[in-house]
Design a protein around this ligand. Sequence first.
Ligand SMILES: NC(=O)c1ccc[n+]([C@@H]2O[C@H](COP(=O)([O-])OP(=O)(O)OC[C@H]3O[C@@H](n4cnc5c(N)ncnc54)[C@H](O)[C@@H]3O)[C@@H](O)[C@H]2O)c1
Length: 334
Amino acid sequence: MGNAERGVAVGELVGRTVLVTGAGRGIGRAEARYLAAAGANVVVNDPGVAIDGHGRDEGVATAVVDEIRAAGGRAVADTGSVADWADAERMVARAVEEFGDLHAVVNNAAIEVDKGLERLDEAEFDDVVAVKLKGTFAVSRWAARYWRGRVSDGVRADRAIVNTASGSGLLNPLPTQTNYAAANAGVAAMTAVHAVELRRLGVRVNCVSPSMVRTRLTTPVPGMAEAPSGGGPDPRDPVVVAPLVAYLVSDGCPLTGQVLSVRGGSIAVNHGWSRGARVTKEGALWTVPELAERLAELPLEDPFDRLATALGGALGVEGRDRFEAVVNAELDKG
Ligand SMILES: NC(=O)c1ccc[n+]([C@@H]2O[C@H](COP(=O)([O-])OP(=O)(O)OC[C@H]3O[C@@H](n4cnc5c(N)ncnc54)[C@H](O)[C@@H]3O)[C@@H](O)[C@H]2O)c1
């Protein structure tokens, strides 16, 4: 039975239990607080690591739980790492032990190590992919396994996964982000696969792709650090992503398999890779000279133009140029 049948308002999350990963800071923290304020029981997962994944501070997750409880909400902390298989299993189990069920997972955790390809080492690649891509897989996998067990026991309910990607990987070929961009593109791909696989269990799977949200990850971007003067609405506040996530986890939301970009108040559907213009050879086998001639007819996209357009749209021309200078300084390091 959905919200409408039960007379529950859209966005009302009383009785829903949601696990939010990386919920100790930034966007995840804002999501956890928003979901709890809408009535959800929230598992606040965060080991409290540095931007590059090093270190640990258990106080980061418990501080958010304290904030939620002080406001009258229900939350419990989990300080496991999404990149650790056993921790991922434990955070799903913790939701069930604490609140009796798990209705939704918000895969939000991420770290970043930005370097040009020739300086990026193996561990720096693996660590970023382990949190963003494998972590999304690991938590979703244990949740799916739990949900399959519920269905086998005859209990069906609306369940949801909300993944988190980034324009870096979906839209912008952002230099210095081999690891992060590849992981985010993988998360979008996984979203579509899981949406199709899990529908039979009553699980909807979507993905949000935040943009230009003021957190520690975006402070190097020119102009991001300052909040707007004058006290008006702040389109870069981490809370801008939270209402969409609350809708996506709510009982009765029909969406599945969608990747939605969020920038301030603008929400855009992403269509991902799609086949464009083509050339065709009768009999299938091209010669190389034929290819050289005919591929030139196709409207091939220049990655530099794509990056400039994406950054120009986000930062304006002057901001784009300043950001490119920051990125180029990183690339030029010996
Ligand atoms: N800020 C933006 O504008 C922006 C843009 C695009 C995408 N995103 C995405 O939004 C999400 C949140 O980013 P943010 O900007 O709030 O970053 P943030 O660094 O403020 O928060 C990320 C949190 O994830 C936690 N974390 C790191 N490794 C973890 C692990 N192994 N297990 C569990 N938690 C872990 C960190 O401790 C941190 O508290 C990320 O997935 C990021 O890729 C953000």
